[in-house]
Design a protein around this ligand. Structure first.
Ligand code: TUI
Length: 313
């Protein structure tokens, strides 16, 4: 399957792995890229030297292109932004903010720049500032989210930009990829399904929680203070939502989630930690290698796309 995204990024399949903080390190990114998708190392809140080591370890795993995701709320975002320029990584994606101050520097280093956006306005602005593509991410995603659903956001973004659009949020299989292409996207970014990949380092308890999740098991915390985060329901989210309903402020709420993503991912504390995952978690039912996941998605999408012509027969 060829699209402007597979051409731009020099990848075989239009499947990009989400840059999940604490989760997406060299073994996941390297496996996804080696399998023909685009693997992404998530910088999260790590300092530049840690991300640099991950870049070097990913280069040991594959000669194929991979990317680095920069989480713009992180205090180390400026130093990571500089370091990826010096390293001339193939692709940079950004999340949770507006990366315009870095775009010229990245472009000068020959990097493909792909901001994640949750609104039409930011998509337009990113094109104007020189982005090569955008990820339009709907609120079905895990982690930090915007307001709009993928179904509503993707076609509206496609209508106002000429650069290619990558759809994200609520996509976990080949039906999702086929649907995203119908909306005008030219690739998909997938996070939740890769959480349970064999090459993904998240704790076994986290993988089991994702596999066990039903359709209605993700919840959004933090809407009251303007930093909504989607994760799987547990002791922490129940307590958080209770305190939010009591009108508690950001500082008090933050105490509940300090280090909580790390605790879930690394220590397997799926009761008190933050188990970030998207609404599609209910569809994720088995562990597979990254190559199996990607091939299954492509086979299923190709099958669906072949069926399309038959509706008018
Ligand atoms: O960034 C994400 N998802 C994330 S980041 C993350 S780490 C974190 N952990 C705890 C609390 C907060 C973050 C976990 N998940 N997705 C990309 C994304 N970006 N979704 C929404 C946005 C976004 C939202 C507002 C991008 C830009 C924006 O406004 C920028 C502006 O200044 O206009």
């Amino acid at each position: 399957m060829k699209t402007r995204i597979t051409e731009l990024l020099n990848i075989e399949y239009p499947v990009i792995q989400g840059g999940m903080a604490w989760v997406a390190e060299h073994s996941l990114a390297g496996a996804v890229s080696a399998a023909g998708g685009l693997g992404i190392i998530a910088a999260g809140s790590a300092p530049a030297e840690v991300v640099l080591k991950e870049i070097r370890m990913t280069r040991e795993l594959t000669d194929k292109p991979f990317g680095v995701n920069i989480m713009l709320l992180s205090p180390s975002a400026p130093e990571v932004a500089q370091m990826v320029s010096e390293e001339k990584v193939a692709v940079v994606t950004t999340g949770a903010g507006n990366p315009e101050r870095y775009i010229d520097m990245w472009k000068a280093a020959g990097i493909r720049v792909i901001p994640v956006v949750a609104s039409v306005a930011l998509a337009k602005r990113m094109e104007k500032y020189g982005a090569d593509a955008v990820v339009a991410e709907g609120c079905e995603s895990g982690g930090h989210i915007g307001e709009l659903t993928t179904m509503a956001l993707v076609p509206q973004v496609c209508d106002v930009v000429s650069i290619p659009v990558i759809a994200a949020g609520g996509i976990g299989d080949g039906r999702g990829l086929a649907a995203a292409l119908m909306l005008g996207a030219e690739a998909v970014q997938i996070g939740t399904r890769f959480l349970v990949a064999d090459e993904c380092i998240v704790h076994d308890n986290y993988k089991e929680r994702v596999i066990k999740a039903r359709d209605i098991d993700s919840v959004v915390t933090g809407r009251s203070h303007g930093h909504p985060v989607r994760s799987l329901r547990n002791t922490m989210t129940r307590e958080y939502i209770k305190l939010e309903n009591e009108g508690k402020g950001f500082e008090e709420l933050e105490k509940l989630t300090l280090g909580s993503l790390r605790n879930a991912v690394m220590d397997g504390d799926v009761a008190n930690g933050t188990v970030m995952a998207g609404q599609i978690a209910g569809l994720v039912v088995k562990r597979q290698s990254c190559a199996e996941i990607i091939h299954e998605i492509m086979d299923q999408a190709n099958e669906r796309l072949a069926v399309r012509g038959s509706y008018n027969e």
